[in-house]
Design a protein. Structure first.
Length: 128
């Protein structure tokens, strides 16, 4: 089951032509990602400042099919999936775009790969 998030395109999301700026789509998707973590009961402050693990993004891309304008109400369907024991990806479906982000779990002190923690495994199981 994917996670669904409603978002109203803001003026700050657009460029001089009045359409969503290409980099803004990834910020909008990240807002949906954060909302899915919260919906799963994950405390964002503890998640981001966790001494046991960090979850940097290693890849991001987006494809646009038609313009999104300021004031458009969109739905973002977020579907995560595990890649291996320490990596996962999130696929985002929007009305006129798709995006993907790939993430890796690391130890914040050594910067070495680390297995997915239980809270992320649970989150993947819930929305994947």
């Amino acid at each position: 089951m994917s996670f669904s998030y409603e978002y109203l395109i803001q003026f700050r999301d657009t460029d001089a032509a009045g359409v969503v700026y290409f980099a803004s789509i990834l910020s909008i998707c990240h807002i949906a990602y954060e909302a899915s973590l919260i919906e799963s009961g994950i405390d964002l402050k503890l998640f981001v400042n966790n001494p046991e693990f960090a979850v940097p993004i290693t890849h991001a891309s987006a494809d646009f099919f038609k313009p999104l304008y300021c004031g458009d109400q969109i739905t973002i369907e977020l579907t995560p999936r595990s890649i291996d024991s320490c990596r996962f990806e999130i696929n985002y479906q929007l009305s006129s775009a798709t995006a993907i982000t790939k993430h890796i779990v690391i130890d914040p002190s050594t910067r070495k790969r680390k297995e997915l923690p239980a809270i992320l495994t649970s989150w993947l199981g819930h929305w994947g």
